[in-house]
Design a protein around this ligand. Structure first.
Ligand code: SF4
Ligand code: SF4
Length: 433
């Protein structure tokens, strides 16, 4: 694509980076075929190519964003399906990240929008505040008819029960069982420590059983992705910085082989810390090192030579491949191979490349599109009549689980079960229902 940026504009390294990405696009439009929002709306401006044009126009002409640009960029799920499809390797993720930060800086959103986005960025990333808000939402459920529309929607989506905080999520070291094969830091995350503590518990059991020493590092927490996708660059960088510093302290103190992430949305983000801090003289090297050490939990389990003990029932599993795992990290085979090695029958979900509509806080901000995508995903999954749905990302689990009676579990819960751990609670509850 031909571009006409001024030299002054190109002096900004973020603009220069975006210009390079724009020039790689050859307008072929292959990406439109696999873009979930284009599939639903049929509007070119809701396709990757259309959004690329909008971004080019805005950045090249050094214009502030307007309501139209914000609307079409807000509708993008950041699912990155377009990056998998693109034959020219256009790095849409970095382009849309930059564009979102530009929208955040240059466009005055309506007050309700601003409050909602500010609230989500503040609350979701802070477990204590998130827990308190969910309890408040539970109390407000009876009065939800009196709340304004968006807040009513949020209250309705709040889970009715919450697990107690898990001791696993406190900073500590879990020794390996038997000979230690590696030492890893586990990102225990933010929303996950509130909504589903079983995932980190299963991860620690599984990894230590396979010979990894697992560290939950003091000072590590939210990866920053939630704020990042809202265009709030300084907030997301602050979270990322804390993680980089926490893990660097751990590397220097006890050594680490890898950083393990069991929520793939966070994994995509941590793997991008090196890019995020590329211009930061103090952090660039440390951030690049952390990104190079980051692994999805399925990559680590595969490297640790996972073996089934025949503990689990040979259930029919529909494996939902989260966008952040298949498109963001290009991990498609490891989870499936591990589930097969564990003795499960894995079923291939039709339209598996299409997002379920979760996408961080997207389902809270764009509920109409998110619900259509969830229902489309569920129709595809339910056509297989699975006994269980497995996924490697909490957001997808919550989104898919909100529309079906089929139990939804994290892949590590199944692998933990198959190698000697307890049966996942969601399966026990479904069997007793
Ligand atoms: S990230 Fe997903 S929703 Fe956004 S343009 Fe690409 S394919 Fe479409
Ligand atoms: S597939 Fe790639 S090169 Fe083609 S229009 Fe989409 S982003 Fe541009």
């Amino acid at each position: 694509m031909e571009t006409h940026f001024s030299l002054a504009a190109l002096a900004d390294p973020d603009v220069a980076q975006s210009e390079k990405i724009l020039r790689a696009c050859v307008h072929c439009g292959f990406c439109t075929a696999t873009c979930p929002t284009f599939l639903l709306t049929g509007d070119e401006l809701d396709s990757p190519r259309g959004r690329i044009y909008l971004i080019k126009d805005m950045l090249e002409n050094e214009r502030p964003a307007d309501a139209r640009i914000a609307r079409h960029l807000d509708r993008c799920l950041s699912c990155l399906s377009c990056m998998t499809t693109c034959p020219s390797s256009v790095h849409y993720m970095h382009l849309v990240d930059h564009a979102r930060a530009h929208v955040e800086k240059s466009f005055a959103r309506p007050l309700g929008d601003r409050l909602m986005r500010g609230l989500l960025a503040l609350v979701l990333a802070r477990p204590a505040l998130f827990r308190l808000s969910l309890r408040g939402a539970g109390l407000a459920r009876g009065l939800s008819g009196l709340l304004p529309g968006r807040l009513r929607g949020l209250v309705a989506m709040a889970p009715r029960t919450l697990p107690e905080p898990s001791t696993v999520d406190r900073p500590q070291v879990f020794p390996a069982q038997g000979a230690r094969k590696m030492r890893v830091a586990l990102l225990n995350g933010c929303a996950q420590t509130v909504l589903d503590t079983r995932i980190n518990e299963a991860t620690v059991r599984l990894l230590t059983r396979l010979g990894a020493e697992v560290v939950v590092a003091q000072g590590a927490g939210c990866c920053g992705a939630l704020a990042h996708h809202l265009g709030k660059a300084s907030q997301s960088h602050a979270f990322a910085r804390k993680n980089i510093e926490a893990w660097t302290r751990e590397i220097e103190a006890g050594g680490l082989d890898h950083i393990v992430i069991n929520t793939s949305g966070c994994g995509t983000s941590v793997k991008d810390y090196g890019f995020m801090f590329r211009g930061d003289a103090q952090l660039a090297e440390k951030a690049a090192r952390i990104s190079a050490m980051a692994r999805d939990v399925s990559e680590i389990v595969a490297a640790l030579d996972f073996r089934s003990t025949g503990n689990a029932a040979p259930l029919r599993i529909a494996y939902h491949s989260a966008c952040s795992l298949q498109h963001g990290q290009k991990i498609t085979q490891e989870p499936l191979s591990l589930l097969k090695a564990a003795g499960f029958e894995t079923l291939s979900v039709p339209e598996g490349h299409i997002c379920c509509g979760s996408a961080g806080s997207y389902n809270l901000l764009q509920p109409e599109i998110a619900t259509q995508l969830r229902d489309r995903k569920l129709a595809n999954i339910e056509s297989l009549a699975p006994q269980v749905i497995a996924a490697g990302n909490l957001g997808c689990m919550v989104q898919i689980g909100s529309g079906t009676g089929i139990p939804v579990v994290h892949t590590v819960e199944l692998l933990d079960w198959a190698s000697g751990g307890p049966k996942p609670e969601a399966l026990t509850a479904a069997a007793g229902a």
